[in-house]
Design a binder for this molecule. Structure first.
Ligand SMILES: Nc1nc2c(ncn2[C@@H]2O[C@H](COP(=O)(O)OP(=O)(O)OP(=O)(O)O)[C@@H](O)[C@H]2O)c(=O)[nH]1
Ligand SMILES: [Mg+2]
Length: 247
């Protein structure tokens, strides 16, 4: 299935580059999705620059995306939410190399508060350079069914759970990934619990790896603007503790 992202994407912002953030918990399918989106955009003749955020733990995401032929810069030594300047510098570096019309950033899976620390400042300080796409947060469906108590199985400690839920709270688009793993009834149960817990959010089910329903999702991130909403409250002590547990 070929995804058609609007061909006027680069012109829609009058010469501005598009800035796309694809977040979600560890292992949710972010890098797989970034690769698929980058490929679709490239196939449409758009120049794409990718920004990854490995924590020095491994350089797998960067290596994976570079091996697919995409210009990729990596921010190490901290997550996007505390390295805004490094993020802007990475975008500048990519611009010098290949003048991307679209940037796609993958934050590390233990990171949250990205709207306040990245998307909002980006628009406020660099609004003449970028248009900002709605923030996608990917959800592994098996994990989510357990976390939200729909099915039995291991969940997280309280502080890790805090990060997990905050990620979803700030999502513009909640993306149930790996939908190939669930039959329709389980998928519907997951949709229902996510809709009840996070009212008003757009929820889509996709499979990045199998290429299911990517068209609907990519269409939204290409054409919709991130809405400036109310700032999310974050308890940075709990967040730091949760992040340390994950590190
Ligand atoms: N069944 C299934 N597996 C998938 C899908 N997308 C990704 N995966 C698998 O999920 C695992 C994690 O995928 P990644 O894309 O690396 O996930 P990530 O969110 O970037 O992971 P981290 O960067 O480590 O947090 C890999 O083994 C993928 O092959 C999918 O649509 N269906
Ligand atoms: Mg990844």
């Amino acid at each position: 299935m070929k995804t058609s992202v609007p061909s006027n994407l680069s012109r829609a912002g009058e010469g501005k580059a598009r800035y796309i953030m694809i977040g979600g918990f560890l292992g949710a399918g972010k890098t797989t999705a970034v690769g698929k989106l980058a490929r679709r955009l490239t196939d449409q003749g758009l120049r794409v620059g990718l920004i990854t955020n490995d924590q020095g733990r491994n350089l797998v995401d960067t290596a994976m995306l570079r091996s697919q032929g995409f210009a990729t810069e990596e921010i190490a030594g901290g997550c996007f939410c505390c390295r805004f300047n490094a993020l802007v510098e990475a975008a500048r570096k990519l611009t010098r190399q290949s003048r991307p019309e679209v940037f796609i950033a993958e934050p590390v899976g233990s990171c949250t508060d990205l709207v306040a620390t990245v998307m909002y400042p980006l628009r406020r300080l660099y609004g003449e350079k970028f248009t900002v796409a709605p923030v996608s947060v990917l959800v592994d469906p098996i994990r989510a069914l357990r976390v939200f108590g729909v099915e039995q199985g291991g969940s997280f400690s309280e502080k890790v759970l805090y990060i997990y839920k905050k990620q979803l709270e700030e999502a513009d688009l909640v993306i149930i990934s790996k939908c190939d793993l669930l039959e329709e009834a389980r998928l519907e149960r997951l949709r229902a619990v996510l809709a009840a817990r996070f009212p008003g959010k757009q929820i889509l089910a996709v499979s990045p790896r199998e290429g299911i329903n990517l068209e609907a999702w990519f269409g939204k991130i290409a054409s919709e603007e991130q809405a400036a909403g109310k700032a999310m409250e974050v308890d940075y002590t709990v967040y730091a503790d949760g992040e340390a547990l994950l590190g």
